[in-house]
Design a protein around this ligand. Structure first.
Ligand SMILES: Cc1cc2nc3c(=O)[nH]c(=O)nc-3n(C[C@H](O)[C@H](O)[C@H](O)COP(=O)(O)OP(=O)(O)OC[C@H]3O[C@@H](n4cnc5c(N)ncnc54)[C@H](O)[C@@H]3O)c2cc1C
Length: 374
């Protein structure tokens, strides 16, 4: 039997839930308070990033998401690039960790390669060879352009899966079988609340009692003087400290010690540096991580300068021109969980807290959760 569902929030999490429900034959309406999505889902790198997910369920969900991203992109003729990822080592300890990770991932059957300095120079000439030891390449990762991808996924859902969208619909109240704005009440069999970092405006007490906080990230967009392809998404050594999937490397504590000695300001601001490139050649560079409930609306130039300085450690970026800066905010679990899924009343579900992996996990996760509650 077909059922009806309302989704609050047209970011990637809401769209993924909408897709999973429509796929099951539900009649789905997505509402968003803005006239287009402008939250975390358009402010990110566009990295669909299995390499960052620990082995087991999370890695499999990331791979499933990547597969769905490709189906959706192909379905609507949207650009994506399965350019893989490259983590580079600019110090001996980074190289040790990368070798350990290569052994671990290779044993698990992940599609990884250990690249020497020479092969990186050949394949990726925009990587800075000065001080380079080598790198870990993985072919799993995709890039989409977040500035257009989220809008295009909405179009895909509307045109190919008959999902309805109501924009400028600011939800003020939710209960069993309904949502309400100041002007209108909508009814459906179930409601999914995917409101990103504004979660506490609808469910303040749930947010207060849950192991969830917020994170502000500073980002930049750059352009090369002569447009060229960097060939893959590239990360410097500090990223090895960032992702859960790298925690199993035995030498990671030594790398942390090295970073504490050489990059204390970076650790203080939660900076690790990555660069992705989109269809038109622009480069997205970031990021910093500041945790809390309320943030200074003004971005810090000293943080951006630290990011640019570190970028030059591993990319030939001295001629890259800075085109834009911005920040994004996402909710993140504080208890080590990878998402928050909670039902405050019958048939109302909150899905949130995917942290820095919403583009990577949402499609696969939404499918898993909807399969389970059906
Ligand atoms: C700078 C940055 C870089 C990142 N890089 C990556 C990356 O490369 N790869 C990756 O996997 N993840 C990345 N992430 C994480 C990813 O972007 C997030 O996990 C994801 O976008 C969260 O999606 P969401 O749908 O929950 O939130 P959002 O995209 O914020 O969407 C929430 C939506 O809910 C709507 N809404 C809120 N309240 C209401 C209401 N009352 N009524 C109606 N509508 C409402 C908002 O208008 C908004 O459109 C990054 C995040 C940031 C900030």
């Amino acid at each position: 039997m077909k059922n009806s569902a309302i989704i609050v929030g047209a970011g990637i999490v809401g769209l993924s839930v909408a897709r999973a429900l429509a796929d099951k034959g539900y009649s789905v309406t997505v509402v968003d308070k803005s006239d287009k999505a402008v939250g975390a889902s358009i402010r990110n790198f566009g990295m669909v990033w299995p390499i960052g997910q620990p082995s087991g369920e999370l890695y499999q969900l990331a791979r499933k998401s990547a597969e769905i991203w490709k189906q959706v992109c192909d379905g609507i003729g949207m650009w994506y690039h399965q350019c893989g990822s490259l983590h580079v080592a600019n110090d001996e300890i980074e190289w040790t960790v990368i070798n350990e990770l290569y052994d671990l991932f290779n044993k698990e059957g992940r599609p990884v390669q250990l690249l020497t300095k020479e092969s990186i120079a050949k394949r990726y000439p925009h990587v800075n060879q000065q001080g380079l030891f080598g790198g870990l390449y993985s072919s799993d990762e995709l890039i989409v352009d977040p500035r257009i991808a989220v809008a295009q996924v909405s179009t895909y859902l509307n045109e190919l899966m008959n999902v309805q969208f109501l924009w400028n619909f600011s939800v003020t109240e939710i209960g069993e079988g309904y949502i309400r704005s100041n002007e209108q009440t909508l009814r459906a069999d179930c409601v999914f609340v995917c409101s990103g970092h504004e979660m506490e405006t609808l469910y303040p007490s749930v947010f207060k009692q849950s192991p969830i906080t917020k994170c502000k990230l500073q980002m930049m967009r750059m352009q090369m003087s002569v447009s060229n392809s960097i060939g893959t998404s590239v990360c410097g050594g500090l990223s090895l400290l960032h992702y859960g999937s790298f925690k199993l490397a035995p030498s990671l504590p030594l790398l942390r010690k090295f970073a504490e000695e050489h990059f204390p300001q970076y650790l203080q601001h939660g900076i690790h540096v990555m660069v992705s490139q989109h269809e038109k050649g622009e480069l997205t560079v970031g990021d910093s991580h500041e945790y809390g409930n309320i943030f200074d609306p003004f971005d810090r130039q000293d943080i951006n300068e630290l990011i640019i300085q570190y970028l030059n450690r591993f990319m030939k970026a001295s001629n890259w021109k800075l085109n834009a800066t911005w920040h994004g905010i996402y909710p993140k679990m504080t208890d080590g969980a990878s998402w928050f899924f909670h039902s405050p009343v019958n048939h109302v579900y909150i899905l949130n807290g995917l942290g820095g992996a919403g583009m990577t996990l949402s499609f696969g996760l939404a499918k898993k959760l909807i399969d389970a509650i059906e």
